[in-house]
Write a protein that binds this ligand. Structure first.
Ligand SMILES: Nc1ncnc2c1ncn2[C@@H]1O[C@H](COP(=O)(O)OP(=O)(O)OP(=O)(O)O)[C@@H](O)[C@H]1O
Length: 238
C-alpha cells in the first residue's frame, strides 16, 4: 500500500460551485471543496444546514434534486447511516456480503467481521445484536467493498456515550489500516475533533470554517472553542 503522504496527493472528492435547492430554497450555495485521497474529514453544522444533502450529493443518491455544479467522487463509495440498515431476514454475514458472490468474498466478509470485533457472530440475526454491534456490522459491510471513500451520516448518533467512545476508536483504527477518504457528518464537535484531520462547518449553504486538526498538538480546547464559535455557541467556563 502507498504511504499516506503519497495518497494525499491524489484528490478523491472535488466539488465545484455545487448548489442544491428544495422548493425554491437554496440549501447548498456554491460549495467548492477538495478532499484529498485518504483524508478524514468531519462535517459539522446546525440541524437543517445541509450536511446530509451534501453527503447524499457526494454519494450520488440525489438524482431528483434541483441543483448545479460539478462533482467528482471515486467509483468505490460506501455509505454508513445512523441506523445500520441491516436486512432483518438475513444473517449478519449475509448482510455483510449483500450483492457479493463467491468464496473469496465470503473470506473477506469473515475477515471484515473479525476486524470489527464480531468474529463468531456471522450466523446471528441482526436483532440479536446490540445497537453498537449492528453499527459494527454496518462498518464491516462497507469495509468488505474496499471503499476509496467512506461516507458516514451520524453513524454513532443513536449509540450511548460509552459505545460511542469504543466506536470512535474502532473507526479511527479501521481508517488507519485501510486509508479510505472519509466524510463524516456529525453534530458532535468533540467527535469531529477526536476523529478527523480536518473539520468543516457548513453555514448558510457554504463552508464557513475549514479547520485542519493537528493531532499531535495539545490544542483540542482551542479547536473546540473555534468550532463552537463558528456554530454560534460561546462557552461560559466560570
Ligand atoms: N428531499 C427533500 N425535500 C425537501 N426538502 C429537503 C429534502 N432534503 C432536505 N431538505 C431540506 O433541506 C434542508 C437541509 O437538510 P439536511 O437533511 O441536509 O440538513 P442536515 O444539516 O443534515 O440536518 P440534520 O443535522 O438535522 O440531520 C432542510 O431544511 C431540509 O428540510
Amino acid at each position: 500500500m502507498a504511504p499516506h503522504t503519497e495518497q494525499l496527493t491524489r484528490p478523491a472528492v472535488q466539488l465545484r460551485s455545487l448548489t442544491r435547492s428544495f422548493d425554491g430554497r437554496t440549501v447548498l450555495d456554491g460549495i467548492d471543496l477538495d478532499i484529498p485521497a485518504g483524508q478524514f474529514v468531519a462535517l459539522l453544522g446546525h440541524s437543517g444546514s445541509g450536511k446530509s444533502t451534501l453527503l447524499r450529493a457526494v454519494a450520488g443518491l440525489d438524482h431528483e434534486v434541483t441543483g448545479s455544479g460539478q462533482l467528482t467522487a471515486p467509483d468505490r463509495v460506501s455509505v454508513v447511516f445512523q441506523d445500520s440498515r441491516l436486512l432483518p431476514w438475513r444473517r449478519v454475514l449475509a448482510n455483510v456480503l449483500l450483492g457479493l458472490d463467491g468464496k473469496e468474498a465470503e473470506h473477506r466478509g469473515r475477515e471484515a467481521l473479525a476486524e470489527v470485533g464480531l468474529k463468531g457472530r456471522e450466523r446471528a440475526w441482526p436483532n440479536e445484536l446490540s445497537g453498537g454491534e449492528q453499527q459494527r456490522a454496518a462498518l464491516a459491510r462497507s469495509l468488505v467493498r474496499e471503499p476509496e471513500l467512506l461516507l458516514a451520516d451520524e453513524p454513532f448518533g443513536a449509540l450511548d456515550a460509552l459505545t460511542r467512545i469504543k466506536m470512535h476508536a474502532l473507526l479511527r483504527e479501521l481508517w488507519e489500516r485501510h486509508r479510505p477518504s472519509v466524510l463524516l457528518v456529525t453534530h458532535d464537535v468533540d467527535e469531529a475533533i477526536v476523529l478527523a484531520d480536518r473539520v468543516l462547518v457548513l453555514e448558510e449553504g457554504r463552508i464557513g470554517l475549514d479547520l485542519t486538526i493537528d493531532r499531535d498538538a495539545h490544542a483540542r480546547g482551542e479547536y473546540r472553542s473555534r468550532l463552537l464559535a463558528a456554530l454560534g455557541v460561546t462557552e461560559d467556563v466560570r
